[in-house]
Design a protein around this ligand. Structure first.
Ligand code: NDP
Length: 446
């Protein structure tokens, strides 16, 4: 490791002990940025890298609620307000039993760079709780969301901090959260994104992350005169991002052969067409069932406890969670002919997996660039709320496509190497960093 990076990371680790995902996210950025800063000393003297790695504010609070049996339950809530140099804090809420401070700090840190890449005026934040929505009734989810928002409402606002969804937080949860905010504050504002269209949401927001990931893959392929058409695609996850990545990849002429959840993955060699996808959406969003049921319904193989990366494919779209592609799986993907990876999830590849992708010179689009479509359309939802107008589906989709193209161009601008290969990791990190760093320089030591 570069000794300057090593020294910087030693401070991060000492200051944030046991936050391993946060260390991982900062290291990935530091490896791109620290050499860049050496060539641009104004950022070094202002200690920009040290400042962007320190949250502006962290809230951690108790969330007590009553379950259906009348028993008291206690969860922990968080909101990380990471950086507001270029706009209000913006980033999702995650409800998952694994949630802790380190995971949310990694997500908030990534969000800062991602939001900068979108070209929209949004700072970075993230939040959530160790609450597990699985197996809970709608009433339990509602009471939990109301309790969380009772505290969170003190800290957020349309010009301060605008949360959205993430793992475990979809339309149902955003509805309950928004209702409680509105009741407490007595104001109808765009304080959350991912709202339903009838009460301030944007068309294309549910689709945006998955669609954007596919748009980014198509842009990467174009640089080699290629396209998704006719390609075999492996996707992990079966939630919001995976569902709409499947929809768009299929629309672009690809054949999606896998989906997964935390129980395992299904392999459908005939492809998950529109009709089968509609069934998956009902299974996951309405009946809240398991992906194994797909195997029974369509008579295909189900691989319990496994991830889909051993399957032969041209394109891989990891859309489930962090660190879901390890070094061995990355090497297997490449060996089996995969030459495009576009990340719908946040930090799904381990550092060793990323190294394997870059070493084999495949088209590798890291999450902070490839999955920025979700937050981009959240930014467009904020704009529509401020204007008190709703744009059409076509208009929002066109803006999304243009933003993904612009992010791709930024990555190429900052990531192209002397042999012509684009290192999208460097491109996204440096491209995202410059705008934030310049804003921080202009605003002084705050
Ligand atoms: P959902 O909750 O809708 O779906 C998550 C999917 O991933 C489910 O299939 C879930 O399976 C699976 N999953 C979650 N945790 C694990 C785990 N530890 N091991 C294996 N599988 C797991 O979330 P989203 O689709 O919204 O988010 C997916 C990823 O995309 C996350 O990394 C998120 O941060 C990222 N992302 C989401 C955005 C959005 O707009 N929603 C925006 C940008 C990034 P199971 O149901 O069994 O838990």
């Amino acid at each position: 490791m570069d000794p300057r990076v090593e020294k910087f990371m030693a401070q991060i680790i000492a200051k944030n002990p046991s936050e391993v995902e946060f260390h991982q996210a900062v290291l990935e950025v530091a490896e791109s940025i620290i050499p860049f800063i050496e060539e641009n000393p104004k950022y070094k003297h202002a200690k920009i890298m040290e400042r962007v790695s320190e949250p502006e504010r962290v809230m951690m609070f108790r969330i007590p609620w009553l379950d259906d049996k009348g028993e008291v339950q206690v969860n922990r809530g968080f909101r990380i307000e990471m950086n507001s140099a270029i706009g209000p804090y913006k980033g999702g809420l995650r409800f998952h039993p694994t949630v802790n401070l380190g995971i949310l700090k990694f997500l908030a840190f990534e969000q800062v760079f991602k939001n900068s890449l979108t070209t929209l005026p949004m700072g970075g934040g993230k939040g959530g709780s160790d609450f597990d929505p699985k197996g809970k009734s709608d009433n339990e989810v509602m009471r939990f969301c109301q309790s969380l928002m009772t505290e969170l409402s003190r800290h957020i606002g349309p010009n301060t901090d605008v949360p959205a969804g993430d793992i475990g937080v979809g339309g149902r949860e955003i509805g309950y959260l928004f209702g409680q905010y509105k009741r407490i504050r007595n104001e109808f504002t765009g304080v959350l994104t991912g709202k339903a269209i009838e009460w301030g949401g944007s068309l294309i927001r549910p689709e945006a992350t998955g669609y954007g990931t596919v748009y980014f893959a198509e842009e990467m392929l174009k640089t080699r005169g290629d396209s998704i058409k006719g390609k075999t695609v492996a996707i992990s996850g079966s939630g919001n991002v995976a569902q709409f990545a499947t929809e768009k990849a299929t629309e672009y002429g690809g054949k999606v052969v896998t989906l997964s959840d935390s129980g395992g993955y299904i392999y459908d060699p005939d492809g998950i067409d529109a009709e089968k996808l509609a069934w998956v959406m009902d299974l996951k969003n309405v009946r809240r069932g398991r992906i194994s049921e797909y195997a029974e319904k369509y008579n295909v193989d189900y691989h319990e406890g496994q991830r889909p990366w051993g399957v032969k494919c041209d394109i891989a779209l990891p859309c489930a969670t962090q660190n879901e592609v390890n070094e061995e799986e990355a090497k297997t993907l490449v060996k089996n002919g995969c030459y495009v990876v576009s990340e719908g999830a946040n930090m799904p590849s381990t550092p060793e997996a990323i190294e394997a992708f870059l070493a084999s010179r495949i088209l590798y689009g890291p999450g902070k660039a490839a999955n920025a479509g979700g937050v981009a359309v959240s930014g467009l939802e904020m704009s529509q709320n401020s204007l008190r107008l709703s744009w059409t589906r076509e208009e929002v989709d066109e803006r999304l496509l243009n933003i993904m193209k612009s992010i791709h161009q930024t990555c190429v601008k900052f990531g192209k190497e002397s042999d012509g290969y684009t290192n999208y990791v460097n491109g996204a990190n440096i491209g995202g960093f410059v705008k934030i760093a310049d804003a921080m320089l202009a605003q002084g030591v705050v």
